[in-house]
Ligand binder design. Structure first.
Ligand code: ADP
Ligand code: ZN
Length: 622
């Protein structure tokens, strides 16, 4: 993207550079062919001393945006990152590439911290990852003044925003960087920020004058699917079995109990499924995360406590058994699938109870009215995505201010367009049944009344005498459930905030009650056996599925696994699946040929080149 000449000019002006061009670093150190969209411009901006605010979806390649400038500029780059696990991973991966990287955080003892600080002041580090609470200590700031700093990178920058969804108070104090180090470039990065959050980031980190780089939110390799919940466990098992057998994935649940139960259920069915939630001892949590990162085909079942900073590139599916609270959360959680750009699935089942539960949690929460209003808007947007009858990706992207001109063709509503039906009369019946029975009953009871069930409770209450008794026999109980779910999702009914799931009318429903507005409802799809691939879905295990030479593939994986175990790092830190796949396709015979495989940089070539060449030489000819 930028010629060496451009770069020479640049370095002539600024004696801050190592003399290497960004392209050179990309090829030699990372072994990559070319920059991804926006990467080149961002890297040029920061390498030449500018500030930047970067918004790029997960998997877009944010790390390179500061790692390359860090190796182009002289001095140590300070990377502020809130998550210790992520730091350790990145540092391990960088060291594999021959980069001098280290971290400072609370996981290390005094000796280790001292040694790292010493390496910083003597200029022996290219990158230093640092937790925010550590960075803002006066002692650390003093050290930074003594050292030669090439740039500051603030990762997960949305944590500085109170409007956003991961606010961390330590992040607010990062304003100190602009004040104390005005001459050192700063780059802030995030994957999830609507316009308001972006503005807050820019203000709080003094980046309003900086160049803003905003890349689209689309993750075309992720297939979005949302289905009504019938039998969640069975639906999950069918999905995994049909489409992601032996793949690595994440299953999200709302409660700890459900996490434990789901992990147990999957294990009993023969899957390697591990629980992860804040109620587990730290040791078990770390162990399960470790296995998820290092072993193949592990499913982690987790509350939202899991995932931020999980960098694993080959997560093939993210399944939600409970509804997230907002589209931001949904986008972030599903975004953990398919960082490597290969086909992956974001799968969710949701039902009326989810809607009721979330609405109740929200109304019962401590926040002030403004907070609740914001949360309510966010939940409405989430529910809107669930009930939509057009392309889900268009709705999702639109929420983040991104336009997608045509339907995506890779979400369930595109692949199997849902039918709609005229629900005007049914809605009238449902709402008036709520009214006639005094707004004191839950959905099961209401359906019994509508369908004219002859049960003892109805006899007791006398509701067999109300005018709505037995007027709804044209629909099945499940169809009525779908009607009620859509009414709650669209805000015409609300769950009693006091609990018990009683449904009440809202002001919105007046015109519907009178039958004034025509109502189109979504027909819940009939569940076909093993939908997914056979129905033309594009999901599945990308790289693995493309492999034809299975023996060769397993041989290269075994070679990688052995090296990974020896180094104590996850296999993908040695080489990604895509790199192994490329090796298998091209069967390089010399180090030079191997160097041209994507993902093979100089350091890895030197360390592992001969070993992989030997393994490749053993393979059957194609
Ligand atoms: P993010 O932090 O934005 O989620 P990462 O920085 O982890 O994304 O990058 C996602 C994946 O893409 C990583 O495996 C990374 O090695 C790879 N990647 C990034 N930039 C390039 C590039 N220019 N060429 C090839 N692979 C790249
Ligand atoms: Zn679509």
């Amino acid at each position: 993207m930028y010629s060496d000449q451009d770069f020479e000019q640049l370095s002539a002006e600024r004696p801050t550079s190592t003399g290497k061009s960004p392209e050179q670093v990309l090829h030699e150190v990372f072994g990559y062919e070319s920059f991804r969209p926006l990467q080149g411009e961002i890297i040029h901006e920061v390498a030449s001393g500018g500030n930047a605010l970067v918004l790029m979806p997960t998997g877009g390649g944010k790390s390179l945006c500061y790692q390359v400038p860090a190796l182009v500029r002289l001095g140590t780059a300070i990377i502020i990152s809130p998550l210790i696990a992520l730091m350790q991973d990145q540092v391990a991966a960088l060291r594999e590439l021959g980069v001098r990287a280290a971290f400072l955080n609370s996981s290390m003892d005094f000796e280790q911290a001292r040694a790292t600080e010493y390496a910083l002041t003597t200029g022996e580090l290219d990158l230093l990852y640092c937790a925010p609470e550590r960075l803002i200590q006066p002692r650390t700031l003093e050290l930074l003044h003594d050292a030669s700093i090439s740039l500051f990178a603030i990762d997960e920058a949305h944590c500085v925003s109170q409007w956003g969804h991961d606010f961390r108070s330590d992040y607010l104090q990062l304003a100190v960087l602009a004040n104390e180090f005005p001459a050192i470039p700063r780059i802030a990065l995030t994957a999830t920020a609507d316009e308001r959050t972006r503005k807050e980031i820019a203000e709080r980190l003094s980046l309003t004058e900086a160049r803003h780089f905003i890349s689209g939110f689309d993750r075309p390799n992720i297939q979005y699917r949302i289905a009504p919940k019938t039998n969640a466990n069975k639906q999950l098992l069918d999905f995994v079995k049909a489409e992601h057998e032996s793949d690595c994935g994440i299953v999200y649940c709302l409660s700890r109990n459900k996490v434990d139960a789901t992990a147990k259920m999957l294990s009993q069915k023969g899957y390697t499924a591990l629980p992860y939630h804040a109620g587990l001892p730290a040791k078990d949590r770390a162990h399960n995360q470790e296995r998820f990162l290092h072993e193949d085909g592990v499913i982690i079942v987790a509350t939202i406590a899991f995932g931020m900073g999980i960098d694993k590139p080959d997560v093939r599916f993210v399944a939600h058994l409970d509804l997230p609270k907002s589209l931001e959360a949904y986008y972030q959680e599903t975004g953990r699938a398919g960082r490597d750009g290969k086909p992956s699935t974001a799968w969710m089942v949701y039902g009326l109870q989810d809607v009721i539960k979330l609405r109740q949690m929200l109304e019962g929460s401590q926040g002030n009215d403004h907070f609740k209003r914001v949360e309510r808007q966010k939940l409405d947007a989430m529910l809107g995505l669930c009930e939509v009858t057009k392309c889900r990706r268009q709705v999702l992207l639109n929420y983040f201010g991104d336009q997608l001109e045509t339907p995506c063709g890779n979400c369930d509503t595109c692949l199997n367009p849902p039918e709609t039906w005229d629900g005007t009369v049914a809605v009238q019946k449902a709402l008036s049944c709520v009214y006639r029975t005094g707004q004191r009953f839950g959905v099961t009871y209401l359906i019994d009344v509508l369908r004219g069930s002859d049960n003892a409770r109805i006899q007791q209450t006398g509701h067999h005498q109300v005018s709505t008794y037995g007027i709804g026999t044209e629909l099945t109980a499940n169809e009525w459930k779908s009607v009620f779910r859509q009414l709650v999702a669209n805000g015409y009914l609300r769950a009693d905030p006091e609990g018990y799931g009683a449904l009440q009318l809202t002001d919105e429903c007046r015109p519907l009650l009178k039958g004034k507005n025509k109502v189109e409802l979504r027909k819940d799809p009939v569940v076909k056996k093993s939908a997914g691939r056979s129905s033309g879905a594009k999901s599945g295990s990308a790289v693995k599925d493309q492999v034809t030479d299975h023996v060769g593939w397993e041989a290269l994986r075994a070679c990688r696994k052995e090296l990974a175990e020896k180094q104590g790092v996850p296999p993908y830190v040695i080489f990604h699946d895509t790199t192994l796949f490329d090796m298998l396709e091209r069967k390089p015979q010399t180090l030079d040929e191997l160097a041209s495989v994507s993902g093979v940089g100089a350091a890895k070539l030197e360390k592992y080149g001969e070993i992989f060449l030997a393994a490749i030489a053993e393979l059957e000819p194609a």
